[in-house]
Design a protein around this ligand. Structure first.
Ligand code: 6GU
Length: 235
C-alpha cells in the first residue's frame, strides 16, 4: 500500500516512521510512504510563501490553491494506482475504526495536511478530497492527524501485526465494539494490589466469562455510546 503525504513540514514524520511497527512495515515493503513538501510548489522567490491573507478579512493565513492543486495533481501521476485523497481538517468527518478498516482496503492513500487557518476552499472544490477530522479539538496542523490515520490503517494490513488475532480482539474492531478488559502480568502482587484470583486458576471458560463481564461493565461506565441500541419495546 502506498501513502503520499502532502505537507509543509515533511520532517515531522521522520521519527515516527523510523520506529516500531511502521519502520518494520516499510522495511518489509508492505507499505511505501512518500512525503511531498508543498513549499516546492511555491512560485520561485526568497521565502517561497504558499500562504496569503483571507479575502474578506479575518485572522491568520490560508494555504493557496495554485501550489496545492499543482502539487497534488503531480503526485497523482507518480503512480498508476488511483489515490484516495484525504484532506485533514477539523471540519471533516470524524475518523473511527470503521473508516480505518475501509481505508485499509485502498491501494493508495493521499493525506493532505493543512496548517494555519486551512486551505483556500477551491482546493476542496477542485480536488474533491474526503475531509477527515480526528476529533473535536484543534491541532496546529494536519500532520499529527495524518500520522494517526497512517498508524491505524497500517496495523490492519495483512502481515503487519505478528499475532493475526490481535486485530480482531482490539476494542472497536469489526468483531468487537466493547472496551478492552483489564490485563495483568507478573508479579501476582505489588504494593498489596493483587491480580484477580480468577485469572490464576486456569479455568478458561470462567476467565472468558469474567473478561466479557469486565468489558461490558467498562463500556457501560465509560462509553455507553458504544453499546448497541436497546431494542425498542414500543409497537
Ligand atoms: Cl485533521 N486537523 C487539525 N488542524 N485539527 C484537528 C484535526 C485535523 N482533527 C481534529 N482536530
Amino acid at each position: 500500500m502506498r501513502f503520499d503525504i502532502i505537507t509543509l513540514f515533511p520532517a515531522i514524520f521522520d521519527g515516527y516512521l523510523s520506529q516500531g511497527l511502521l519502520e518494520k512495515a516499510i522495511q518489509r515493503e508492505l507499505i511505501d510512504i512518500h512525503r511531498h513538501d508543498l513549499r516546492d510548489w511555491a512560485p520561485p522567490s526568497v521565502h517561497r510563501p504558499v500562504d496569503d491573507k483571507p479575502f474578506g478579512g479575518g485572522p491568520g493565513m490560508l494555504i493557496q490553491v495554485e501550489p496545492t492543486v499543482n502539487c497534488i495533481e503531480k503526485v497523482e501521476t507518480m503512480d498508476p494506482r488511483p489515490m484516495r485523497k484525504l484532506l485533514l481538517t477539523p471540519q471533516g468527518r470524524q475518523f473511527d475504526q470503521r473508516m480505518a478498516e475501509e481505508f485499509a482496503e485502498s491501494e493508495r492513500i493521499g493525506l493532505i495536511c493543512g496548517r494555519y487557518e486551512g486551505f483556500d476552499q477551491r482546493v476542496i472544490d477542485i480536488l474533491e478530497p474526503e475531509e477527515v477530522s480526528i476529533g473535536d479539538f484543534i491541532l496546529n496542523g494536519g500532520e499529527t492527524a495524518a500520522m494517526v490515520i497512517v498508524d491505524a490503517v497500517v496495523r490492519l494490513l495483512p502481515g503487519v501485526l505478528g499475532d493475526s488475532q490481535s486485530n480482531i480482539d482490539d476494542s472497536f474492531s469489526r468483531g468487537n465494539r466493547l472496551l478492552e478488559f483489564p490485563q495483568y502480568t507478573r508479579p501476582r502482587e505489588f504494593r498489596g494490589h493483587k491480580v484477580p484470583e480468577i485469572l490464576l486458576g486456569g479455568n478458561h471458560a470462567a476467565i472468558e466469562k469474567w473478561r466479557d463481564e469486565q468489558s461490558r461493565q467498562r463500556t457501560i461506565q465509560r462509553r455507553s455510546d458504544l453499546l448497541p441500541e436497546e431494542p425498542s419495546s414500543s409497537n
